[in-house]
Design a protein around this ligand. Structure first.
Ligand code: ATR
Length: 276
């Protein structure tokens, strides 16, 4: 590694609550890299100028969070297939030739978290049930289809949003009515909550787990609290459970490697650093 100072960061609006600076800061220290990862509050009107300016200031790339994940796509010269599939970019790489590459690592982070937390589980072993139909659900559905899930049962309070996602992703996605999803869970290979329900300050997930069998892996993309009521109830029924924090940690790894030239590891030390 050269002695050159390396810069990366995250842009969002607001940016105060982002955990990414702590996460990347931990890795920079751990690997002794001469670099900084800087949170930047960028208003929508300043997005284009910022993307133009940062590489000139020496930035190797940035993470992109709300509300810029879709808008930044128009400012990229190249977009990876997985970012195209999701319709959003969360990782930008300013390449040596001056071009701007947009990637989306959320789906990678989601799958890597499951494989790390449940090593004997595989996506192709059976159907997955996905709760929710927002941006997060879109990323999860794309990742599961790509990983070989035979089909996905999608359920959302507002059924039109689930139907819209179904028409985007095709026949491997089936829609289940929100009120009936408790039945659809029976025999699932995976149950994922992508809604905000169960988060600190939000109502609990109103889904019956009576038909949930111990063969189903259960995960929540919510990580505050770390153990949501869904995960507590599923574990009590004998299910393997994986919390959502690992998704945040794993999705950060490809960007760190691209910007700082070091493949980072996700372990308990990192979890503790991000939670402290
Ligand atoms: P994100 O991009 O994080 O997925 P979003 O697009 O706002 O955010 O989606 C939030 C998800 O949580 C949606 O699936 C939403 O359901 P609706 O499409 O019906 O709004 C779901 N959600 C939020 N509050 C809910 C509630 N009280 N009951 C049921 N679902 C809820």
């Amino acid at each position: 590694m050269s002695g050159k100072l390396r810069l990366a960061g995250v842009i969002g609006h607001p940016i105060l609550h982002s955990k990414s600076p702590r996460l990347h800061g931990h890795w920079l220290k751990r690997y002794g890299i001469d670099g900084h990862y800087i949170p930047m509050d960028v208003a929508p009107d300043d997005l284009a100028r910022t993307i133009e300016l940062l590489p000139r200031l020496g930035f190797a790339g940035i993470n992109v969070t709300l509300p810029h994940k879709e808008a930044v796509m128009a400012l990229c010269d190249e977009i990876t297939p997985r970012a195209k599939a999701v319709g959003a970019v969360n990782t930008v790489i300013f390449q040596e030739d001056g071009s701007v590459l947009g990637d989306n690592t959320d789906g990678y982070g989601f799958m890597a978290n499951l494989y790390a937390g449940a090593p004997s589980w595989r996506a192709d072993m059976g159907p997955a049930v996905v709760l929710g139909a927002g941006g997060a659900a879109r990323g999860v559905v794309a990742a599961l289809l790509d990983a070989g899930a035979p089909h996905i049962i999608l359920s959302n309070r507002t059924v039109e949003r689930a139907t819209a996602l179904q028409s985007e992703f095709g026949t491997r996605v089936v829609v289940s009515a929100w009120d009936d999803v408790g039945d659809a869970i029976k025999g699932a290979n995976l149950l994922v909550n992508t809604t905000s329900l169960g988060m600190d300050g939000q109502p609990a997930l109103p889904v019956s787990l009576d038909h949930l069998g111990s063969e189903t892996l259960v995960t929540d993309i919510v990580y505050a609290p770390l153990k949501t009521q869904l995960l507590i109830d599923a574990a009590a029924r004998g299910c393997a459970v994986v919390d959502g924090l690992g998704m945040l940690l794993h999705q950060a790894a490809p960007g760190f490697e691209a910007w700082f030239g070091q493949k980072p590891i996700v372990d308990d030390e990192l979890r503790d650093a991000v939670l402290s």
